[in-house]
Design a protein around this ligand. Structure first.
Ligand code: MN
Length: 231
């Protein structure tokens, strides 16, 4: 092979605190209903048998502290504040100890969602792609290495235009990060570059053009996103 017919898509990557090189994104997995209070507000229940997932394309990634257009195809675009973890080693059929050791770092993330399109999917028993795999919907703040930070019940919160909308602690997560990575590794050969967003607490809601979202998890770099006019 002598090359490609066109330039390959650009690699999306995330800065790492204290590093000059960035973390390149391969896949983005998202955990559904990992906080009981959020599951309840969505009219569902936590499935305590096993975690479950949906995915976003790596091209859905956008850096924190940017302005993105209000997306097409929705009239109910929601924020979801989440803890993201990123892997630094291959994991397949890993126990929880191996799974935890494979985590490279953590960061604040937003899982932006077309809630109306997600609801269509639920109503018609169809996939969630139009609701979840949205361009500019996987927002990631700079990462902190796992050697410098570990989830142990820190506060997780989100504000819209300065008003608090989500306020919980990581203790409220149904599945721990080690349980999630271990479980997901039964289905995928997970590898460096794979990102897992670990679910959102209660308090999700809509944003409109002009709104500024800010969020944080104690000890991690904060996240922000501004909604611009629709394209
Ligand atoms: Mn989510």
């Amino acid at each position: 092979m002598s090359g490609y017919l066109f330039a390959p898509p650009k690699v999306h990557s995330v800065p790492v605190k204290g590093e000059t090189e960035e973390y390149p994104i391969n896949r983005i997995f998202c955990v559904g209903r990992n906080y009981a209070a959020h599951a309840a507000e969505m009219g569902g229940e936590v499935d305590r048998d096993a975690p479950w997932y949906f995915t976003k394309s790596p091209t859905a990634h956008v850096a924190s502290d940017t302005t993105v257009p209000y997306p097409p195809g929705t009239e109910n675009f929601h924020y979801e504040m989440e803890l993201a973890l990123v892997l630094g080693a291959p994991v397949f059929r890993a126990d929880e100890t191996e799974a935890k050791a494979a985590i490279y770092g953590y960061g604040c993330a937003l899982d932006m969602t077309r809630r109306d399109r997600q609801q269509d999917g639920k109503d018609h028993r169809r996939p969630w792609d139009l609701g979840k795999d949205v361009e500019n919907s996987a927002v990631m703040a700079p990462l902190t290495r796992a050697s410098d930070w570990h989830p142990e019940g820190q506060r997780i919160h989100l504000e819209v235009n300065g008003e608090t909308k989500q306020d919980a602690t990581l203790k409220d997560m149904v599945w721990t990060v080690a349980e999630i990575v271990s479980h997901l590794s039964r289905f995928y050969h997970l590898s460096p570059g794979d990102v897992i967003m670990t679910g959102t607490p209660a308090g999700v809601g809509p944003v409109v053009a002009g709104d500024k979202i800010t969020g944080g998890i104690d000890g991690l770099d904060p996240i922000a996103l501004t909604l611009g006019d629709p394209e």
